[in-house]
Each structure stands twice: as structure tokens, then as C-alpha cells.
Design a protein. Structure first.
Length: 296
């Protein structure tokens, strides 16, 4: 097995912690970013030669660029970039503050985009590599009470999906990871619950509030096994575009896609009825324009 060098955001907890520990245990090198001071001291102590800690708040654009550039300068090559840092903001859309909305987007969406964009020139120059973008079952399915979280995950999936085709010519593979509920600290540790509005009591949006306050449910996914699957995906060629982890994720995503496809197929005739009449046999659409969207 050839050792690899990884850059993992949010290496101090959750999937980032599981990935870091497993990779370091097998002899790989890890640049692990963390926001909470003191949260990776044990990793530095156990693997002083192969773990490189880097303090980073992914809402800081200049900080992202500095950490990524420093990591490449110090290590020469990074094989895999794992965009993992994030958290869940829960509550009905009306219950969220503007500040909460902005921070959720800055962390989960634009933070991920900036991290990957900072790494792309390095990956290109070295002739390839892999990107793992941590998403969620919530990047394919949307439930009430999680509208902003879903917005960030659906958004980052769209970014990563298009990115994969953009960077494939450079030997860079992109995989979107879609785990279901896992036994990490995400649900009861890193999720933020908005202040309630009484009008939403008893509505579907209140369901997530009950889960987070009663703390009676636990994810069925084993984060250690999920980490193993993520690591194994890096050796697959071509890179899998999506990696679904957990039976709950599989069932929810399959159900959502099946319903969505049925709704689209039911509109085939009405969709075609809005096409402009053919003029001289010339027609076109997004697919004919290399997926370029036109509004003219």
C-alpha cells in the first residue's frame, strides 16, 4: 500500500476525527484543520511526525488560502483533500436569524467552495489527486426544520457535481459523500437549534426540535465503517461521483429520487408544449450548449 498525504478540514471531531485516526494509524500523513483550540493535541502527541495541525475557521477566506498554501509548501504534495468542516442549523426558516443564515452558508457552502478552489491550482500542477466533499443524505432529501442546512448541502452538491467534470481532464477526481445518520457528535454536539416561534408548535417543522431536545434517537451509521468506505473510495478509478453511506441514506435518497422522477415524467407533455416553434430546423437547449444556461 502506497502511503498518501491528506488535507482534512474539521479533523478534530466527527468524520474528520475518524478519518484522521485511521489514516495516521496506517502510516499516512494528515494535515488536519481545527477551529477549537486544544482539540487535536492528542493527535499531535500520538503522531508527531505525520500529523500536521492547522488552526482554521473556514469562514475566513484568507485563512483558507494560507493553510492550503502552507501545507503544500511544507509537504510538497497532497493526494487527497477532504472538505469536511460543517455543522447543522435547524429550525423553521422563519425562526432563523439573518446572522445564523449567513454563518451556515459561510461554513457549509462557501467555506467548502473556497477550500477546494484554494487546492485546485496545487492539484492541477502536481498532475492530479482526489477531492472528497462531505455532504449528507440531506443533500438529496429535504425535511422540514432543516431548510438552511439543506440549502447548503444541495448547493455544495451542485458545485461538486459540476466541478467533477471541470477537473477530470487534469486527473482530479471528485466524490460527494452522502452519509445518513451516524453516531458522531453532529446531532447532539455540533447542531445549532434556532429560537422557537410558537406558531410552529405542532407543525412538521417542529419534529427536528423534538429530536434535538429529547435526545432519544441515535443514528444507525457506524462512523468508523463509514470512514473506511471513504478511504477505500480514493483508490477507485474512476472516482465514484457519489458515495452513499448507511441504509437509511440509501432508502431516503432512493425514495426521494423515485418521487422526483415520477413528478418530472408526469410533466413531459406540458414541458414540451412550451418549446418555441422550429425556425429553419434550428433548435437548442442546455445540453446542446455544453450545459450553458441561457436567459435571452
Amino acid at each position: 500500500m502506497t502511503t498518501k498525504t491528506w488535507l482534512i478540514s474539521g479533523a478534530n471531531s466527527g468524520f474528520g476525527r475518524h478519518l484522521s485516526e485511521r489514516l495516521l494509524s496506517r502510516g499516512d500523513r494528515v494535515v488536519g484543520t481545527f477551529r477549537a483550540l486544544g482539540s487535536v493535541e492528542d493527535l499531535s502527541a500520538r503522531w508527531p511526525g505525520t500529523f500536521r495541525p492547522a488552526h482554521l475557521d473556514v469562514t475566513d477566506p484568507a485563512g483558507i488560502t494560507a493553510v492550503v498554501d502552507d501545507a503544500w509548501a511544507a509537504l510538497g504534495r497532497i493526494d487527497v483533500v477532504v472538505s469536511n468542516a460543517g455543522y447543522g442549523l435547524m429550525g423553521a426558516a422563519e425562526e432563523l436569524t439573518d446572522e445564523q443564515v449567513a454563518h451556515q452558508i459561510a461554513t457549509n457552502l462557501t467555506g467548502s467552495i473556497r477550500l477546494i478552489r484554494a487546492a485546485l491550482p496545487h492539484l492541477r500542477r502536481q498532475g492530479g489527486g482526489r477531492i472528497l466533499q462531505l455532504s449528507s443524505v440531506g443533500g438529496q432529501v429535504a425535511w422540514p426544520g432543516g431548510s438552511l442546512y439543506h440549502a447548503t448541502k444541495w448547493g455544495v452538491e451542485g458545485f461538486a457535481d459540476a466541478l467533477a467534470s471541470e477537473v477530470a481532464p487534469f486527473g482530479i477526481g471528485v466524490t460527494i459523500v452522502e452519509p445518513g445518520g451516524a453516531r458522531t457528535n453532529f446531532r447532539y454536539g455540533s447542531s445549532v437549534l434556532a429560537d422557537p416561534i410558537d406558531a410552529y408548535d405542532g407543525t412538521p417543522a417542529a419534529g427536528i426540535r423534538r429530536i434535538l431536545t429529547e435526545r432519544t434517537t441515535h443514528g444507525i451509521g457506524d462512523p468508523a465503517r463509514m470512514a473506511i468506505a471513504m478511504i477505500a473510495s480514493v483508490d477507485r478509478d474512476p472516482a465514484p461521483r457519489r458515495l452513499v453511506l448507511g441504509s437509511d441514506a440509501y432508502q431516503a435518497i432512493e425514495g426521494a429520487l423515485t418521487t422526483r422522477l415520477a413528478e418530472v415524467r408526469a410533466q413531459r407533455e406540458s414541458a414540451e408544449a412550451t418549446d418555441a416553434p422550429l425556425e429553419g430546423g434550428i433548435t437548442g437547449g442546455p445540453a446542446d450548449l455544453n450545459s450553458e444556461t441561457r436567459n435571452d
